[in-house]
Design a binder for this molecule. Structure first.
Ligand SMILES: [Zn+2]
Length: 346
């Protein structure tokens, strides 16, 4: 079978190679349908991130999976033909208190592993094995669109935590949401906000391309330049850009909640007036928190949210579908790309 592999730490070592087929060992055997490409994959390709499995030089790339079950062990909740998504992270072996209760997204010792990223082969192969406990069923009506489940799971976790923080007050009834950054994760954050009946605003630097219309078609408002006089109850920050983070954090209404969900490149130092920030946060009961990854409950929330979303809208997030034969094109950055997907069935 063919697989997309890299030598982590070595830039441009990516190649398509022939590997032996996976062994089931009590897991599901899955045939790949699609693989989403994201910034983490590009970081790994550039040699900035990623770890091969112990004892190996190369890592099978890919963590945004969609596959079809070929063979399921007897007694599992899966059967041949099911459309499934693989969870990315596996609990650390110790395990830490978070991993011990299935909240590996909150791992405290950093010894977790991740398929396609950290010490475990990923989903960028024609076939792979998937443990039933780390598999989520996708709604068959979504077809290839279910490849959005993993990025949506990251947002499902962000929302889970925003809502738990919100419940610190008895009255909590948020009205206005600001999402900064209209990439795939930001647009999914806006979709989840619209599904919750919020007044949704999305900020992005792009003035053209598909993003403004995608935002408007959610019934949301698109902003470029600055976000003006908004007083959001919730901010979901997806750019990772320091000036945007600062503007977002200081824009919230009293009792505001800002979820930082983006990661920018380190480097340029931005002066921040911590005293003013402290004053604003203390006097307004603001919460700013970071969120990464997702556990099984979040994958299920993500699958449910995608199943009830407008399929035509979701389809417009996938701006390119690249057949495996032309896999290199999937990792190119092109103007107006939102989500690029490798189609293993083409
Ligand atoms: Zn852990």
């Amino acid at each position: 079978m063919r697989a997309i592999t890299v030598q982590p730490g070595k830039a441009n070592s990516i190649k398509l190679e022939e590997l032996p087929p996976p062994k089931a060992n009590g897991a599901l055997l899955v045939r790949a349908v699609a693989l989403g490409v994201c910034g983490t994959d590009r970081d790994i390709i550039d040699g900035h991130y990623g770890w091969a499995p112990h004892g190996a030089d190369r890592l099978v790339l890919g963590h945004e999976s969609l596959g079809k079950v070929e063979h399921a062990p007897a007694g599992s909740e899966f059967k041949a033909g099911d459309l499934v998504v693989g969870i990315v992270r596996r609990p650390d072996p110790v395990p830490c208190p978070a991993c011990a209760v299935g909240e590996w997204d909150m791992c405290r010792n950093g010894q977790y592993t991740e398929r396609g990223i950290k010490e475990r082969d990923g989903y960028g192969a024609e076939r792979y094995a998937l443990e039933p406990d780390f598999t989520v069923k996708a709604d068959p009506s979504l077809g290839l669109l279910a490849v959005l489940t993993e990025p949506a799971s990251v947002i499902a976790k962000a929302w889970d935590h925003i809502e738990r923080i919100g419940e610190r007050t008895k009255y909590w009834k948020p009205r206005q949401l600001l999402v900064t950054g209209a990439g795939p994760v930001g647009l999914l954050a806006a979709l989840f906000g619209a599904q919750r009946g919020l007044e949704v605003h999305v900020f992005d630097r792009n003035t053209d391309g598909p993003k403004p219309e995608l935002v408007r078609d959610l019934g949301a408002t698109y902003h470029t330049g600055d976000f003006g006089n908004l007083k959001p109850d919730i901010v979901i920050e997806c750019t990772g850009a320091a000036p945007v983070i600062e503007a977002a954090v200081t824009s919230t209404a009293a009792d505001g909640i800002t979820c930082l969900a983006g990661i920018g490149a380190p480097g340029k130092k931005t002066p921040v007036d911590i005293s003013s920030l402290n004053r604003a946060m203390v006097l307004e009961n603001d919460v700013v928190f970071g969120s990464v990854n997702a556990n099984r409950a979040h994958y299920r929330d993500a699958a449910d949210a995608l199943a009830k979303a407008d399929k035509n809208w979701l389809a417009r997030l996938i701006t390119r579908r690249v057949p495996l034969d032309r896999w290199q094109e999937a990792f190119e950055r092109r103007p107006n790309d939102i989500k690029v997907v490798i189609d293993f069935t083409a």
